[in-house]
Ligand binder design. Sequence first.
Ligand code: GLU
Ligand code: ZN
Length: 494
Amino acid sequence: MASASGSPVRVRFCPSPTGNPHVGLVRTALFNWAFARHHQGTLVFRIEDTDAARDSEESYEQLLDSMRWLGFDWDEGPEVGGPHAPYRQSQRMDIYRDVAARLLDAGHAYRCYCSQEELDTRREAARAAGRPSGYDGHCRDLTDAQVEEYTSQGREPIVRFRMPDEPITFTDLVRGEITYLPENVPDYGIVRANGAPLYTLVNPVDDAMMEITHVLRGEDLLSSTPRQIALYKALIGLGVAKEIPAFGHLPYVMGEGNKKLSKRDPQSSLNLYRERGFLPEGLLNYLSLLGWSLSADQDVFTIDEMVAAFDVTDVQPNPARFDLKKCEAINADHIRLLEIKDFTERCRPWLKAPAAPWAPEDFDEAKWQAIAPHAQTRLKVLSEITDNVDFLFLPEPVLDEASWTKAMKEGSDALLTTARANLAAADWTSPESLKEAVLAAGETHGLKLGKAQAPVRVAVTGRTVGLPLFESLEVLGKEKALARIDAALARLAA
Ligand code: GLU
Ligand code: ZN
């Protein structure tokens, strides 16, 4: 796909630098990135940091770090530069001041002197009368005398954009044709009384100057589109813009209870997924399904497969539900897809302090390499590795009381005694042989394998659930395993 005039695709990702991006923002970044890569276009990364009070240097750094962790690259923007630098809006204030002045000169914008109380009063009155309650155009055509009067009163004007008195129609790439009537899109502020330019100005001005061809963003911004189209037309008149971009609005992401997932929802925080050990590729795979799909019968795919297939016109407009269980299941699939060497390395952060409870010198690389393949098939998220392998590196297994009570029944001591004797005689280089030993002990006491292995598992690992038992025993080693069964027998006798 190219833009209307056939020029190559240029899309942008333009977040405000909040330190901890939310998953909706990540999906927007992903769709823009995939769209750019699919069309061999350009992804512009722009930082919308005009809100100085909220935007700190630290959150800017965190944002970049998140983008890198997710594996995104950009063709223009912070660190890589580009022909439209700078890419941080806080460094482009002169540009906005200049454009605002030209919009005023050309009559596309005007100064509005209304106070907040006046606006509120008139809005209430309009509402009561059943008229549209947006700005009423009061200051559109003030006389010089009126302006002088307001100025002498010490009023400080904002700058308002003059909306055309005609409907605005555009074809959204996701939602199809949409028309906004003028009474629903009143004149709007573009510069604050203190001279600070607003999002309503700086975002389309930058899109225009950076020659963005496709604006792909969240549905919450749909209603700003008619304003931006009108502003674009004015910018084209001033020679600042070349053409109006195409717009595509991505569906809302719904969370628990079918409510819009909000930035404040813990479930929406990217850092949370990172800390729990989601793989970027697993998380991105899942997020791509929020509004899009590769095919009806394939939920798990690589990012390259997504890029090859992605088009924004295939995005569905209906709200997408964020399903954590499904997100975890897809992540588990991506964990299984890793090369074993990659898997063992990606687990590293959870194998050392502060995540790991064992002393660093008790960690045993050979044991880790031996158990890793059995863990890889079991994890939903990488952070689960710690609990699954702690029995190998702690001097004593974690004694989980609930597990103990559940597994140690009447007769467990007799079973453990037999199992210990059988295991002592088994071949410890063969998990099959270890299984035979426990199976035989079960038979002696009239227990199926599942019931017979539970006390052994709790004695050796401390927990009722974990990695495949006989492989675990083999990796732990005969001496330690038998000592732990002895310790459990002693505890049962006490
Ligand atoms: N900085 C805006 C936001 O994060 C960008 C909106 C847009 O994509 O137009 O909401
Ligand atoms: Zn006014």
